[in-house]
Design a protein around this ligand. Structure first.
Ligand code: NAI
Ligand code: MG
Length: 342
């Protein structure tokens, strides 16, 4: 097999710390060739843009993109997020955001739980449509419109993706998250598409939940969940809730997939740049390392992904944990422990 060509974008804060850890693990199990791109808040300060004009063209040639996190106190969050992460996700039509929520043995959660949040990643509430106007009328008069965009095509493709995933798992259950009582256009369309698509998957059991009730269900009846399909905003929120229930945001891995494979997919921990702990060497690298496992899986090496995940589980079980998991080990110590257990 030729080496895997990986574009690494460390970004800001702990992004680089955890991405380094992830790359160290990847290079133990696979032959990789890494090209690092400097995009992030410092790049913005110098160039006035989050990405170079030809960035997407260059990134497109890679097998996969491995991303840390972006966000700093110097640049507003909507600029860093839209200028970098969303520019790549939307530019490469990475419409499926897969966020497994793993409950590890040795932590407080119930290790028999195993969820995947499948988040629509190309439209919905993060379609980026809207504007601000009327500021010239004087203080207190400005208006803002932020429009959600739900297309039948967008709903259908993410739902079929979630059904296929549910079908491949032992529980074969899919929960659709909605808010169609209040959002009578977009989320009613979402529900109708779900009902239509579900007819093609008789081997998968389904249910629907309003997003507010779903948040309570994550906490109160977690054993009733398997795969969850949700809109961009709902999936974003519920996956953070899920990973917090599983022990820490620092554990959560994710994949931004272009399932059609017209473009490279991007793999990143769910967490942000965590400026409160950046530079201290104490960030939990397991979310980034787990994202590396998803990268290998996407590139046809599920066996290597499984090896990495087993090493993560063993590291946690053996009590080698960063502070967010109640331990006192450093990023480097946890990374070395994962490598030793591969
Ligand atoms: P955050 O995820 O960076 O941090 C939330 C809390 O979790 C903090 O207390 C942090 O210390 C902790 N935490 C996060 N990851 C951790 C890890 N690996 N190990 C140990 N503790 C960890 O979210 P926050 O504070 O809302 O945002 C900080 C910045 O990150 C903002 O600029 C935000 O826009 C950006 N952000 C970027 C994302 C991305 O690049 N994909 C995603 C979320 C936020
Ligand atoms: Mg988020």
């Amino acid at each position: 097999m030729p080496p895997l060509e990986i574009a690494a974008i460390p970004g800001d804060g702990i992004g680089g710390e955890v991405l380094d850890a992830g790359l160290r693990v990847l290079e133990q199990v696979a032959e990789i060739q890494v090209t690092t791109f400097p995009y992030g808040s410092a790049y913005y300060a110098e160039h006035g843009a989050m990405l170079a004009p030809d960035a997407l063209e260059r990134l497109r040639r890679f097998d996969a993109i491995y991303f840390g996190a972006v966000g700093s106190r110097e640049v507003p969050d909507h600029i860093t997020l839209w200028g970098l992460r969303l520019a790549i996700c939307q530019g490469f039509d990475q419409w499926a955001n897969v966020r497994p929520v793993r409950f590890y043995e040795g932590l407080d959660g119930d290790p028999s739980l195993d969820w995947v949040v499948v988040r629509e990643n190309s439209e919905g509430e993060y379609a980026g449509l809207g504007g601000r106007q009327l500021a010239a009328r004087g203080p207190g008069n400005e208006v803002a419109v932020q429009t959600s965009l739900f297309t039948e095509k967008g709903c259908e493709r993410i739902m079929r993706f979630a059904f296929e995933l549910a079908r491949s798992r032992p529980r074969r259950h899919l929960t659709s998250i909605t808010k169609s009582n209040a959002q009578q256009y977009a989320m009613v369309l979402w529900d109708e598409v779900f009902d239509r698509v579900r007819a093609d998957y008789h081997d998968v059991t389904t249910d629907k939940e309003l997003v507010d009730a779903a948040a309570a269900r994550f906490v109160l009846r977690p054993q009733t969940l398997d795969v969850v399909v949700a809109s961009n905003l709902h999936g974003d929120i519920l996956s953070d809730l899920g990973s917090a229930l599983a022990g820490s945001l620092g554990l959560a891995a994710s994949a931004n997939l272009n399932p059609d494979r017209r473009f490279p997919s991007m793999f990143e921990p769910v967490h942000g740049s965590a400026p409160d702990i950046a530079g201290q060497g104490i960030a939990n690298p397991l979310g980034a390392i787990g994202s590396g496992a998803m990268l290998l899986e996407h590139l046809g090496r599920a066996d290597l992904g499984d090896r990495i995940r087993a090493a993560i589980a063993a590291t946690i079980r053996d009590g080698i944990r960063t502070r967010d998991l109640g331990g006192s080990h450093t990023t480097a110590e946890v990374t070395a422990a994962v490598i030793a257990r591969l």
